[in-house]
Design a protein around this ligand. Structure first.
Ligand code: SAH
Ligand code: SF4
Ligand code: F3S
Length: 479
């Protein structure tokens, strides 16, 4: 094995240093279905890609598709046709990784039937486990971390030649700025645009700074060029993505200024963003949203906990009171804005009082929507190294259930308030429920089902809300 190391090569489990290395391991297997010479477009073989995890991972798969297509590989949506199977993985919680191990076991059988098939693990779990993935699972031929996607064509060819390939080098600069992502499985109306990568926040429970490296922002002009191109191709909504979008800064351009410039592309283009860190939710940002009607009235503001003691242990850099101050600022200036959040149940040392504080925060804010999780200890994080994961599993489960039940109540109450009101809905496609219905979203990011009429994806329709469940609004067009 050739082992190149950078960043001091420290052991990831002992401090906050990111261990970075690239290794190439010769193997004897021969994969004859892929050509080794640089191929003509479309003739290098077919790749199939399966994506787990967050929106950034979905967008990364689109970058991967662009890189591979530029090098002569063709995308296939059918596993049966594939020469290369890529699994874009998530490492955020243990159950996310367990799913991938389960999927790899299935690929083991597939590979036995088709020995030429190459299996690649890319993304956050690849970055976390590095070549241990190859050691533990013979099915895996290549392992590529989130900053190594430009090297994928070469690594696939190397693996096809029989040498297992690993590139888990993290970068301080890589933003894939000039790569135009190939929109996989999109509806032609809404698209993700990554504006920054990595995270410097070091929340004590979180693996992301280790899997995605340090924060870096993408060149503003390349973002605007991508957005303009999407609009010209008929897209009507972009979601600007980053682990911490509101800490974006490229030269003089901060996130509020970037948002205004994206909104300026067209009044017919809706602009969303995810995810914001409360500490960077500035008044300037709130004012910018207020100034542009096409910046959506929906802010996802992960709280994680309602207890200031927990927030301190989590290294979130704000208190409950400070967070509520930001909510008040949003409510004051953007009264029609929906607010959603992420919450973790059962973090280290969480008491019944801390848990009660999370429930009371939820009531006080009245979240429209929440992603809710049980704390899952991640190797190498500060929490794993310095704290005890001491809340019993059954207690975590009971607390999470309470949080979910409360959120269902809050979501239903919020949706009931919308009944009888009018919204502009951007149509995204045909409803899964019925071919006679279409679905779209309000600016507040709520899904609305309405009769199909002659509506097409990309149309804006004024809708009266007539009914709801806790998850969906039902509407009728206002002509
Ligand atoms: N950068 C974003 C999202 C990060 S991951 C942010 O900070 O808001 C999405 C969510 O997963 C987090 O907000 C958090 O609620 C949850 N999460 C992260 N690490 C976790 C862990 N170890 N156990 C349980 N949930 C976790
Ligand atoms: Fe993880 Fe915190 Fe960064 Fe979000 S802000 S990705 S939770 S370290
Ligand atoms: Fe998962 Fe990586 Fe996203 S750990 S949540 S895929 S940044």
């Amino acid at each position: 094995m050739i082992l190149l190391s950078a960043g001091g090569g420290a052991d990831e489990s002992n401090d906050d240093t990111l261990r970075i290395y690239l290794s190439l391991r010769p193997m004897t297997t021969n994969h004859s279905s892929l050509r080794l010479a640089r191929p003509e477009p479309g003739s290098a073989g077919k790749f199939y890609i399966e994506t787990y995890g967050c929106q950034m991972n979905q967008n990364d798969s689109e970058v991967v598709a662009a890189v591979l297509q530029a090098d002569g590989f063709a995308h296939t949506a059918s596993l049966d046709e594939a020469d290369v199977v890529l699994i874009n993985t998530c490492a955020i919680r243990d159950n996310a990784e367990q799913r991938i191990w389960g999927r790899l076991a299935e690929f083991r059988g597939l590979k036995r039937r088709r020995p030429g098939l190459l299996v690649g693990i890319i993304g956050c779990m690849a970055e976390r486990l590095k070549d241990r993935l190859i050691e533990q699972e013979q099915t895996v031929d290549l392992v590529v971390g989130p900053d190594g996607y430009r090297s994928l064509p070469a690594l696939v060819r190397q693996a096809a030649g029989g040498a297992k390939a690993v590139n888990v080098l993290l970068s301080r600069e890589e933003t894939y700025a000039e790569i135009a992502p190939v929109r996989l499985d999109r509806n032609g109306v809404t698209a993700f645009v990554s504006i920054m990568r990595g995270c410097n926040n070091m929340c004590s429970y979180c693996v992301v700074p280790y899997t995605r490296g340090v924060e870096r922002s993408r060149d503003t002009e390349t973002i605007l060029a991508e957005v303009r191109d999407l609009f010209e191709r008929g897209y009507r909504e972009v979601t600007l993505l980053g682990q911490n979008v509101n800490s974006y800064r490229y030269g003089e351009v901060n996130f509020a200024r970037l948002l205004a410039r994206v909104a300026e592309v067209s009044p017919l283009l809706r602009v969303r963003f995810a995810t914001s860190h409360p500490k960077d939710l500035s008044d300037e940002l709130i004012e910018t949203i207020a100034a542009w009607p096409n910046i959506c009235r929906a802010i996802h503001l992960p709280a994680q906990s309602g207890s200031s003691r927990m927030l301190e242990l989590m290294n979130r850099k704000y208190t409950r009171e400070w967070y509520l101050g930001r909510i008040e600022a949003i409510r004051r200036r953007l009264p029609e804005c929906s607010i959603s959040t992420d919450l973790i149940a059962g973090f280290c040392t969480e008491t019944p009082e801390d848990h009660a504080a999370t429930l009371s925060l939820m009531r006080e804010v009245g979240y429209e929507f929440a992603y809710m999780f049980k704390y899952s200890e991640r190797p190498g994080t500060k929490a794993q190294r310095t704290m005890r994961d001491d809340v019993p599993e059954a207690v975590k489960t009971a607390r999470l259930t309470e949080i979910i039940n409360l959120q269902n109540e809050l979501s239903l109450a919020a949706n009931r308030r919308d009944v009888g009101r009018h919204f502009e809905v951007l149509i995204e496609g045909t409803s899964k429920r019925s071919a006679d219905e279409v679905y779209g979203r309000t600016s507040q990011n709520k899904v609305v089902i309405l009769p199909k009429m002659n509506y097409l994806p990309g149309d804006y329709v004024h809708v009266l809300i007539t009914d709801c469940s806790s998850a969906t609004l039902i509407g009728t067009p206002l002509c």
